[in-house]
Design a protein around this ligand. Structure first.
Ligand SMILES: Cc1cc2nc3c(=O)[nH]c(=O)nc-3n(C[C@H](O)[C@H](O)[C@H](O)COP(=O)(O)O)c2cc1C
Length: 173
């Protein structure tokens, strides 16, 4: 028998927490010396097919926010299971304090148009040039024009299921 559902009002934080799974990706960019760093971001979306565009919401205090604002470019790298630990590290440490690539040993690859590298072992990489930065509360919505895309057909996509029992849980599809 189908379970009876009861819709009731909850806080926006509870509703956001229930809104899973999400695509958690790497958002990468470079500093003025061309040194790459980045973070994990689950608040991202495709937003135009022609021209191709992707948007990502980045917290204003994040080091990645500074890198994208200054370099006006970023790479979205879609992870698989093998990159789960790296994604968690990128999502829980500050690029202003650590060299995340140095710490994790995640392999990079030169991009075609941007100084920001691609992730060699990701499932998909999108090379983006910043088209627009929209103020959105505690985040800025960075909208990027995709200037090159790459896919590793043999690999699957890691999704973020949220915090379950206090632990961040991921699953590959
Ligand atoms: C699974 C996951 C998803 C995340 N999604 C976002 C997001 O969409 N936007 C955001 O601003 N921060 C997000 N974060 C938090 C940032 O990745 C985190 O604050 C990071 O340490 C920022 O690094 P930075 O200061 O080097 O840029 C997420 C973290 C995790 C683990």
């Amino acid at each position: 028998m189908m379970k009876k559902s009861v819709m009731k009002e909850v806080s926006s934080a509870q509703a956001f927490a229930a809104f899973h799974p999400e695509h958690a990706v790497f958002v990468l960019s470079v500093d003025r010396q061309g040194k790459p760093n980045g973070m994990a971001a689950a608040w991202n979306m495709k937003c135009s097919e022609e021209p191709p565009m992707i948007a990502v919401a980045v917290e204003k205090g994040a080091n990645t926010h500074k890198l994208i604002s200054e370099s006006r470019e970023f790479v979205i790298a879609v992870p698989n299971k093998a990159l789960e630990k790296g994604l968690l590290f990128f999502g829980s440490s500050r690029g202003s304090e650590v060299d995340k690539f140095g710490e994790t040993g995640i392999r990079t690859m030169k991009a075609r148009h941007t100084k920001t590298p691609l992730l060699a072992d990701a499932t998909i990489n999108f090379e983006c040039v910043l088209r627009n930065a929209v103020d959105a509360g505690d985040c800025t919505l960075f909208i990027g024009r995709v200037v090159a895309s790459y896919a590793n057909k043999g690999k699957r996509v890691l999704m973020y299921r949220g915090r379950i029992g206090g632990k961040r849980v991921f699953e590959e599809f």
